[in-house]
Structure formats: C-alpha cells, structure tokens
Design a protein around this ligand. Structure first.
Ligand SMILES: Nc1ncnc2c1ncn2[C@@H]1O[C@H](COP(=O)(O)OP(=O)(O)OP(=O)(O)O)[C@@H](O)[C@H]1O
Ligand SMILES: [Mg+2]
Length: 254
C-alpha cells in the first residue's frame, strides 16, 4: 500500500528538505519512491537531480495546472522519481478553483492516478503555512515535523500542529502525525540538550528516538548530491538510517 508522507514546518532552514531528500534516497534502495517538491526554492529538486530548478519545464505547477502528473515525473533512478518545483509554483492559486471546497484536494487528486505505482510518496513542504503547505497536508497520510533545538522552535511547532489539526478536521480526516524529528544544532550544548528533554517531556513518544546531529558532511550533501559510497558518507547517514527505520515502523503500524 502506498503511504504519502510530508515533511513540514513553517520555520525556515530546519532540515525539512535535507530530511526529505535523504529519506527518499534511503527508502529507494528497496522501495519505489516518488518525491514531490512543493517549494519554489527548488532545493530538493537540486539536491536530488543535481540540476538547476529552471532547467525543468514540467514541474508540480504544470502537473496541477494541466492535471497531468505523468508528464511531470522525472526519473532519477529505477526506484526514485521526482516531480520538481521552481518559481512557477508561486502562481498556483491562479489555477485553483477558488469557488470549490475541494480546491485544496488538488495534489491528492493529481497523485491519485500514479499513487499505486509507488510504495512511498514524499512531499517537501515550504517554510510557510501557505496554500502549498495546505495542499500538501491535504494529500498526506502522515506528516513529519521538525524541531531544531533552539528557543523559538517551540512556537513554530505548536502552530504547525494546530494547522495539521485544522486540515485534518476540514479537509483530510486521514492525516496523522508520524512524529517530531529533533535536529540538534549542537550536541555538546547543554541548552540544546535541555530543549530536547523538554520536547520529550511535553510530546513523549511522538518524538522520534532518533536525533539528527549537526554534521558538516550532511550539509555538503546538498551540493554533492546524496551518496553513501564512502565510509564517511555512511557514517553521516547513520542517524538518518535509524530515523527511516523508525518512520517505516510508525507508518506501517498506525
Ligand atoms: N544535520 C545537519 N547538519 C548540518 N547541516 C544541515 C543539517 N540538516 C540540514 N543542514 C543544512 O542546513 C540548511 C537548511 O537545511 P534544509 O534546506 O534542509 O532546511 P529546510 O527546513 O528545508 O529549509 P527551508 O525552510 O528554507 O526550506 C542547509 O544548508 C542544509 O544543508
Ligand atoms: Mg526546504
């Protein structure tokens, strides 16, 4: 059965795209994965394809505008496919029917014909509680949100969870929170550790056991593309391996 998982938080630069990209890479070793970039920055498009977002003519915007998904799928490898994004996505509201209650179901609708081909469809959401985020959440079975261990992160997390509840009530009763993934800014900082402990106390087992630490090799992957050829790469990806295992267990058992 296909599971659609989005990665979101309206706060910028918290590791959503990195997490979506690496999760897709790791899952695609054995499963069929489609990744949908819903952010006009096109960072995920670049990270996975190695190409500038402007080289793509058939993006998620075209898929929605022409209701033609297959035309907009870029095959990256046998098991890893991508629907890219570029700045065109900012015009998305012009191609939605503003009079329809079902306007936010547009992504769910266009994914429907291709959905059963994949084991996982991963959605990278932009850093805003925008229409793209609402469309993405309306299409999701699960959402993963991020917590960076810094003082303001808490407020963003609360707002995101509230938005998920609204979407679940109004548009997508199927939406579930897969969990909160902690990204440690500095594993040696006692403030970071105490924020992590507070999140664990407040949100208990919603928080994934796996914690992603700040590593310069992970940052480089955004430029080099994701690989696990060297020992250093595999070490850098180890925490993500643990996270993906946990994620798979959660979305299968719920
Ligand atoms: N664990 C990590 N260690 C080191 N650098 C990281 C880590 N995770 C992400 N980064 C870097 O932090 C920056 C922001 O990450 P990313 O783009 O994944 O966040 P984002 O939440 O998708 O951002 P935006 O909100 O702008 O879409 C990038 O330069 C990325 O390479
Ligand atoms: Mg991003």
């Amino acid at each position: 059965m296909t599971v659609i998982v989005s990665f979101g938080l309206q706060k910028g630069g918290v590791g959503k795209t990195t997490t979506t990209g690496i999760t897709a890479f790791l899952l695609a070793k054995t499963k069929r994965v489609l990744v949908v970039d819903l952010d006009g920055q096109g960072n995920l498009t670049r990270m996975l394809s190695g190409q500038n977002k402007n080289t793509f003519e058939n993006t998620v915007y075209e898929a929605i505008k022409y209701r033609n998904t297959e035309n907009c799928i870029t095959v990256l490898s046998e098991k890893l496919h991508l629907i890219p994004a570029n700045d065109d996505i900012s015009q998305i509201s012009t191609v939605l029917d503003i009079n329809s209650d079902k306007r936010l179901h547009v992504l769910a609708d266009i994914l429907h014909p291709v959905r059963s081909y994949y084991d996982y469809i991963l959605l990278d959401l932009p850093p805003a509680l925008s229409e793209q985020t609402l469309i993405g959440l309306t299409a999701s079975d699960y959402t993963v949100t991020m917590l960076q261990t810094e003082p303001f992160a808490y407020y963003a997390l609360e707002d995101y969870l509230e938005t998920c509840q609204v979407v679940q009530k109004k548009y997508n009763p199927n939406l579930k929170l897969a969990g909160i993934l902690s990204v440690l800014l500095n594993s040696r900082s006692s403030l970071d550790q105490s924020i992590l402990e507070r999140v664990r106390t407040d949100y208990e087992d919603i928080v994934f056991e796996s914690v992603i630490k700040r590593k310069s090799r992970l940052k480089e992957l955004a430029i080099t593309g994701i690989t696990d050829k060297t020992k250093a790469d595999r070490q850098a990806l180890q925490e993500y391996n643990d996270f993906v295992q946990e994620l798979v267990e959660r979305v299968q058992e719920k």
